[in-house]
Design a protein around this ligand. Structure first.
Ligand SMILES: *Cc1c(COP(=O)(O)O)cnc(C)c1O
Length: 482
């Protein structure tokens, strides 16, 4: 596309933009069990207006936009209170879980440079269920990362294995509350003891669970302590754009104290322009996300969130019971929150995802990794609560259908193409295009049914999977022509 020669009318442009959503996931109907956190129409309207009110203010320089500073300090204060920080706790508002985790890793790296001069290349110890964003952080920051096996039955971090994996370069331990894949809380108290004993930092990735877990605990769920009051925890992250229902672009990273947070902040006076001091990765940034988060927290309030949590908890229990009652399906682990992963020993879960898609549901496939088999992930949203019975009925029907007439293995061609592949080798770009074509994908067009692609990815060694994904993305994002 080119910049049009002449400008167009706003109504026409907006209609054009609206029309472009036609093929998107229809997330407002409550039939989508991942990716979206739907707060309902009233909250959504408020969020839009609050965001728009601060869209043009620039968070780059809080000295000229004191409102940005005050809103951020309010939101961080609410997060500190929610996650049991104390008067020493400080934090920052970030654009999302990934930015919070990148900054947690940067803080640890730079802390180690000052306090652990013997460390040659700082290293993070990550349970194998830890979020991909830690790998991304290590990749971006040139920090080492070592994954530690988790308990193969509970999918929780294993303190003994963690202790055994600590090396001379280890600076940061990680625990999740909850892990995305299985929705379980790692043993943060035990990890905290190890961190204190060995003089390490400990980050709790509560991006997913930080907001909702305290409400679930108040409703009687046995949620283990994971918050900042646990001895040894030095930082914690919580996404507001998940179960606080803020507009996307909203997360908080809290540190034990300001001395630790100093390592997060970047300043530059070594150029000829304005003075730069950035606590977070972005520099020029809209204040919209902070204002929208502030607004939604005030909209629901503690009572509103507790009521949402009650309804989501009840729906999650029905889903777990329902899945447990479907022959051939089993829930993985014992999730504390509203994220449920289930596997099957007799039907192919990737075909099950497609079969559910045919019935109008979006459920998320998860590839096998470590002790976790290929499985299906469901996040239970307030907007989905009313669909629980219908979902379970379709799930049972889909499983029965797949069991009675198992689909042909459409990934056979791909598997054959991969038969001679050396697992230690990475594919080249030309080879990847051929493999994608064999799986039924070409360029940016994906087949309606994704099972062959997921099966093939699942069968590949991790490095090969990643190389394939990189090549795919490199194909997908191409400028539109004239
Ligand atoms: C969502 C999530 C993240 C990453 O957050 P983004 O907001 O998608 O960048 C990190 N950790 C966990 C446990 C998550 O669920």
């Amino acid at each position: 596309m080119r910049i049009p020669a002449k400008g167009r009318r706003p109504d026409e442009i907006l209609a054009d933009l609206e029309a472009r959503k036609a093929a998107d996931l229809p997330w407002r109907d409550g039939r989508t069990w991942a990716y979206v956190y739907d707060p309902g129409a009233e909250a959504e309207d408020l969020i839009h207006r609050a965001y728009a009110l601060y869209l043009g203010e620039n968070g780059l320089d809080p000295t000229v936009f004191p409102s940005a500073l005050a809103l951020e300090n309010d939101v961080v204060g609410m997060a500190r209170d929610h996650l049991r920080g104390d008067e020493r706790t400080v934090g920052s508002f970030t654009s999302g879980g990934t930015e919070s985790l990148i900054l947690a890793v940067k803080t640890a790296r730079d802390w180690a440079r000052e306090h652990r001069p013997g460390v040659r290349r700082p290293e993070v110890l990550l349970p194998e269920t830890g979020h991909a964003a830690f790998h991304k952080a290590a990749h971006y920051l040139d920090v080492g990362i070592r994954t530690v096996p988790v308990d193969p039955r509970t999918f929780r971090a294993d303190p003994a294995a963690t202790r055994a994996a600590i090396g001379a370069n280890t600076v940061l331990l990680v625990g999740s509350a909850v892990s995305y894949a299985h929705g379980v809380v790692d043993p943060i108290r035990e990890l905290g003891e190890i961190a204190l004993e060995r003089g390490l930092l400990l980050h709790v990735d509560a991006c997913m669970g930080g907001f909702l877990l305290p409400y679930f605990r108040r409703l009687g769920v046995a949620v283990p302590d994971f918050e900042l009051h646990v001895p040894g925890v030095t930082s914690i992250s919580m996404d507001l754009h998940k179960y606080a229902f803020a507009a996307k672009g909203a997360s908080v990273l809290l540190h034990r104290d300001a001395a630790l947070r100093r390592h997060q902040i970047y300043a530059c006076a070594d150029w000829s322009g304005y003075t730069v001091v950035n606590p977070t990765i972005q520099s020029t940034k809209s204040v919209g996300p902070v204002a929208a988060a502030w607004a939604v927290l005030h909209h629901f309030g503690d009572e509103g969130y507790l009521a949402i949590a009650r309804s989501v908890l009840e729906a999650t229990r029905r889903i777990r019971r329902g899945i447990g009652a479907i022959p051939g399906l089993r829930v993985l682990g014992d999730p504390e929150m509203n994220l449920v992963a289930f596997a099957s020993d007799d039907v192919d879960v990737f075909h099950l995802v497609d079969a559910m898609r045919d019935r109008g549901w979006y459920v998320q496939p998860q590839l096998s990794r470590g002790p976790s088999p290929a499985n299906v992930h469901l996040s239970v949203n307030p907007a989905s609560v009313r669909h629980v019975d219908a979902l379970l009925a379709d799930l049972e029907d889909a499983v029965r259908g797949l069991r009675e007439s198992p689909p042909a293995d459409a990934s056979a061609a791909l598997r054959a193409a991969l038969a001679g592949v050396d697992p230690g080798r990475r594919p080249g770009p030309g080879e990847v295009a051929g493999l994608l074509a064999a799986a039924g994908a070409s360029g940016s067009s994906l087949p309606g049914h994704m099972a062959p692609i997921h099966q093939a990815l699942d069968a590949l060694p991790v490095g090969f999977r990643e190389a394939l994904l990189v090549e795919y993305a490199n194909e997908l994002f191409r400028p539109t022509g004239d």
